[in-house]
Design a protein around this ligand. Structure first.
Ligand code: IVH
Length: 657
């Protein structure tokens, strides 16, 4: 055993549990793909490619490779001197998780190459459909919750702390990108051949030498048969074959301009609504949820679908007992598309909102001008626990180990009534909880301690101010830091206390001045700092030892770039961007993407059908840019092409939203 090397095939199974996964910075960012949903969008992609390459109508058209889009987990495999040394997940594109030990358990991944090469391979790890079915059957029998789909199940299997678990899951992979510095392939199709020659699994059904019609035909040809493949596919990827051309095209936001993912429309199925049940959420909203006869759609069994609100239930005319059409929005979220009234028998019932909260019995109210119904009791247990769960969650204070079951106990024993109580908790308080030994109590207290110092924006997002998500919290934090700048020599703790007190006394109307937010959001922030139940939260947290890290006012949190210090609003339909990617491009160029036009706006980027924002910008004398001027400002003209398939001059911005 002492002679075994870590990459020996005998080590595929049986390695010791490695503990938490560590972060890996990708040498070359792992990009995502822009999407097309119909032929027209594929043709628009082709037009953008031709334009980007400066090709005229009469020039030879660009040649594409079409590949199936595997619905799995993107990974990167690094080989040094022919040995597999590092495997990582995509993560946010810049930094992923080190899953080397787990990947070593996958048969299809070569541990050693036929030549002593140093290179990187990218591909998709997936769980075969049959394996997914087997594991779920096993879990069901063991009384464990089932996985929603093969992708989640594959991801869960790969991101294990114990490689033995991964080894028992029969994962597989297809490779589609080769980054070889010494002798890079000149085309994607040659790279695929080379990958195969080196012993990597390459999905065999790709086609090369296509024009855009060929890509469209390829997508058409696979529309139905893809369901018979033993793994999940959710589309087709069209890639410019010539890698020199790829380099010239570069990337925008986080996606290459030389590739496009054509996504098949979500599959639609029929099922029956067995009941409609109102659920009480974090902000007290009662959300009607359809309980469905379980049905398989787009790779997973669905038994619930949100109906959002009463208006939606009426608009779709969904009744209890109805037959309905169901799909998965974005291939992920189950959604009732419409009811099928022609199947009604007469026994179907209309859903009514309860007049009292199903959780606490308080009256249900509907505020003027709002579609939602809400429980009027701010102390409603359902709201309290979900509010706390949001507070400790990933996007909030990120307290590891404070799961729902722990929160339930903490509330039941009145160890926690509000968010600040976490920061007063001691190990002795916790050891009395079920399944809490000294060690787990210490771990939780340590996790709470680690969360004491967080960026102001995170604390604001955790506070559960209605309508304030991640981006708005950043806008608000920047405004706060500009309004109440930290004095020279003032500690972060002192600044936190000062800001907390100032906010509680701020006139609600003043929040209208926060750049980037609209009236509804400003009013909601105003109410939060006005309501005696919530106004003092920040002060209470500060009192309990929470410290806010002030944001950098100048850089708006983004990298230095051509738009540093500029506030940009995007409106209308652009050709090369959707709204999100345009805003991400603004941020990655150092600018601030804002939703509403004001005097503080530096540029309005206006696409087709720009409406009131354009009028307002013209009124205020704000500079208006079309798409090409916008691209120019982003500094795209200056990008220098490189030879490797995924390299580009621009860095990948962190995960947006
Ligand atoms: S190429 C530079 N090819 O789809 C572009 N991606 O939705 C890198 N994917 O992040 C990706 N099959 O994880 C490429 N044949 C294929 C793919 C593929 C699946 C995944 C990949 C990517 C995601 C984007």
């Amino acid at each position: 055993p002492e002679l075994a090397t870590s990459d020996s095939p005998t080590q595929r199974v049986g390695a010791a549990a490695a503990g938490p996964l560590s972060d890996v910075e990708h040498r070359v960012p792992m990009l995502s793909l822009s999407n097309a949903f119909d032929d027209e969008e594929l043709r628009a992609f082709d037009v953008r490619v031709r334009k980007g390459l400066g090709l005229a109508e009469e020039d030879e058209p660009p040649r594409y490779v079409a590949e199936l889009k595997i619905d799995g987990l993107a990974i990167s495999l690094r080989y040094e001197s022919g040995r597999f040394v590092l495997g990582a997940t995509r993560g946010d594109g810049r930094t992923g998780e080190d899953v080397t030990a787990n990947l070593r358990t996958i048969e299809a991944i070569p541990q050693v190459l036929p030549e002593p090469l140093t290179l990187e391979v990218r591909g998709e790890v997936y769980m075969p459909k049959a394996e997914f079915a087997r594991i779920n059957a096993e879990r069901e029998e063991a009384g464990l919750p089932c996985y929603a789909n093969p992708r989640n199940s594959g991801a869960g299997s790969l991101r294990q702390q114990d490689p033995n678990v991964t080894a028992g899951r029969n994962l597989a992979l297809w490779c589609y990108i080769l980054i070889e510095e010494d002798a890079p392939a000149t085309t994607q199709s040659a790279a695929l051949e080379r990958l195969e020659a080196l012993g990597f699994p390459v999905q065999p059904d790709h086609a090369a030498g296509l024009d855009i019609d060929g890509v469209i035909e390829f997508a058409e040809r696979w529309r139905e048969p893809r369901h018979d493949l033993p793994y999940e596919t959710d589309g087709v990827v069209g890639k410019v074959d010539d890698i020199g051309q790829q380099a010239r095209l570069g990337m925008v936001s986080r996606a290459p301009r030389w590739a496009i993912a054509y996504k098949y429309p979500p599959e639609q199925v029929e099922t029956v609504v067995e009941d409609i049940v109102p659920y009480v959420g974090r902000t007290g909203t009662l959300t009607p949820v359809a309980h469905l006869q379980p049905v398989l759609v787009a790779g997973s069994t669905v038994a619930r679908a949100t109906l959002h609100n009463l208006d939606e239930v009426r608009r779709k005319d969904v009744r209890i007992g109805d037959r309905v059409v169901l799909h998965k929005a974005g291939d992920v979220i189950p959604e009732v598309v419409r009811s099928l009234p022609e199947h009604r028998l007469g026994s179907e019932r209309e859903f009514e909102m309860p007049i009292v909260c199903p959780e606490c019995g308080a009256p249900v109210v509907q505020d003027e001008g709002e579609v939602r119904h809400r429980c009027s009791n701010p102390f409603c247990p359902a709201q309290v626990i979900q509010g706390l769960s949001h507070f400790v969650g990933r996007g909030g204070m990120d307290i590891e180990g404070a799961g729902f079951a722990v929160l339930e106990q903490l509330l039941a024993r009145e160890l926690v009534r509000g968010p600040a109580d976490f920061y007063r908790m001691r190990v002795d308080d916790l050891v009395v909880l079920d399944r809490f030994a000294q060690k787990s109590a210490e771990n939780l207290v340590a996790a709470i301690d680690r969360s004491r110092r967080r960026p102001l924006a995170r604390i604001l997002a955790a506070s559960g101010i209605r309508h304030v998500g991640e981006q708005t919290a950043i806008d608000l934090a920047l405004w706060i830091a500009a309004e109440w700048p930290r004095a020279d020599g003032e500690s972060e703790a002192a600044w936190t206390r000062r800001v907390a007190e100032a906010l509680a006394e701020t006139d609600a109307a003043r929040f209208e001045a926060v750049p980037g937010i609209g009236g509804v959001v400003a009013a909601s922030i105003g109410r939060f700092f006005d309501d005696p139940n919530t106004a003092g939260l920040l002060a209470e947290l500060a009192e309990a030892g929470v410290v806010a890290i002030p944001p950098e006012v100048s850089g708006s949190g983004a990298d230095e770039g051509p738009l540093t210090g500029k506030t940009v609003v995007v409106t209308g339909t652009l050709e090369g961007f959707d709204r999100k990617s345009a805003e991400a491009a603004v941020r990655s160029a150092g600018g601030k993407a804002s939703k509403s036009v004001s005097r503080a706006t530096d540029y309005l980027v206006a696409g087709e059908n720009a409406g009131s924002k354009l009028a307002k910008a013209q009124d205020l004398g704000v500079e208006v840019l079309d798409e090409s001027a916008f691209r120019y400002l982003l500094g795209e003209g200056a990008s220098t092409g490189t030879s490797s398939a995924e390299t580009s001059s621009t860095e990948v911005p962190p995960e947006a939203g």
